[in-house]
Design a protein around this ligand. Sequence first.
Ligand code: GCB
Length: 666
Amino acid sequence: MLKYRLSLFLFTFLIIQSSAQLRDRISLSGEWQFFKGDTETSSQVEHVTVPHSWNAQDGTTADYYRGKGTYRYNFDLPKNTKKKRVFLRFEAVSQEADVFLNGQYLGNHKGAFNAFCFEITPYLKKKDNELIVKANNILNPDIAPLSGDFTIFGGIYRPVSLLILPQTCITPLDYASSGIYIKQTEIQDHKATIDITTKIDGDISGNKKLRLRTSVFDPTGKLVTTSENEEIRASENTVAIDQRIYLDNPILWNGKAAPNQYRFFCELLQGKKVIDTLSVYTGLRYFKVDPQKGFFLNGKSYQIRGVNRHQDRPGKGWAISEKDHQEDMQLIKEIGANGVRLAHYPHSDYFYSLCDKEGLLVWAEIPFIGNGTESTAFEENLKQQLTELIRQNFNHPSIFCWSLFNELVKGNPEKLVAELNDLAHKEDPTRLTVAAANIEGRPENKITDIMAFNTYPGWYWAEPETMGPSIDWKKDEKRGVCISEYGAGASIKHHQQRMKKAPKCEGDFHPEEWQAIVHEGNYKEIDKRDFVWGSFVWNMFDFASGGRKEGDTYGMNDKGLVTYDRKTPKDAFYFYKANWSEKPVLHITSKRHIERTEPETDIKIYSNCSDITLYVNGMKYAGNSGDHNIFIWKNIRLQPGKNKIRVTGTFNKETITDQCEWILKN
Ligand code: GCB
């Protein structure tokens, strides 16, 4: 036993050793030169830090700059490149990029959200290589999206790296993916069939005695199986190698409860020598949507109750850091959601990885929004963006569906949606296709495997409770239904008590209280219906939408449960937290409504505690029972001047308290 452990340790050690020497990644993030436009005048040149967006400051204004921007970066050849190949990989440039190295044109990339990669080996010099990126975020009829309620921040807004790889390598050039695709052909509780495809690029045609060995480590780090191919015979210099492995009793990736992941360690050998290695991770799981009973993960009911997310932040736009991603994830975890719709475009690989680790179910999406042109170039661009999304994110266990459009309202996109649907199935037969519509009965709504609707009862129309009939109209006997968006705008500076009807959605006054009422009313209706396989609040965070003129700040969509700076959760956040979280929640709503003019008020608490007791200026009010963890005391009299509001509850035998002060003005 000890001998076995020792050899396993040595084996793992050797692999780590060899991979460290074979591949390298050098970050080109840091100081770059930048100027707006494409012809340089020295006065214009700024020193900026990449990731960068030129709309970091003006992205919340109606006439934010949608134009050209040029970046320059100079670097010496890194030391470890002898006999290696060098690739340049961008994680995203918004929204179009032309890239040049030492005057040599490397190529163009269209689409703001996916990675792309070029080989640069032949163009490198020892010293002072000059990299130029000419980018633009000009509205272009050939690039999706053509519309949308969000700012298209321009720039090199995700990291850039050099990949230093062996001459013959697992390729980074297949739509900038990892080159390894772990297909979960059949997963059950007791066995798994997995098909691995590894794409190799280099000097491989003829008899090069190449073999591929894939070792699989379970979530505890134990080597569970190894698959090794016969020698590879290829006529071209790129080849895709297929391997099938079987596992008994796989340790499943089981959502938030157990987000277990396996490691697939691929080694490329020439004769006995290991010439390239790469590890990828995935979690094994199976899922389905039952049209009557909703979502099932690994055979058990697991309704998705989640939030939507946009990726921007104040002062940064889309150029956010890993720390920012972590903070978003922390808040999504805190609220207790079990799923997230990463709207309306591909998000950063880092964020999908956080979702894998936290066990969130992810809806991933391409930016086909509003309307399409009939142009072939536009259609090809959407297909390219879908292929990139799928290949780059193929191994993320969190992703369960590929979404093909959001709210198509113009034209006849049916044929294109059908082609995208076929493409998604061809690229990935293991996940579901989905789309989000806002108009029932349109022909393109019938195409995807499952379907979802954006609906805003209580905000853009009707009362919050109209969510009930709104869902029932949309119910599909074969595909169930998901509410992919619902919500209301809210400012933490605007307050009103005893609200009976919606404020003007296009107006400036967006009281926090009404947003909470909409969510309570909407969510109760969603929660009653088992056939609603998923629901996603619009939106977890306020986000930039340059053209909007409403609420307390123009240029923003304020439907977030949390403010744009991520500092203040609004009351509605605590409604969900009280319903979803396993941690204690006891929250007095309207705390920020400090200055009161009405002597009588209702007091509303969101809580998952028991024995809830309210004290107003020391006077005790017995608890009442709360539907969906909402507790309301009606017509409580405030005294002129200061009022002390305190509430206590019990959670796991612990006493929890919340308090605030309101001032009744005479
Ligand atoms: C929608 C859109 C989303 C908007 C949202 C809103 O239906 O899909 O992009 O931001 O409504 O707030 O109006």
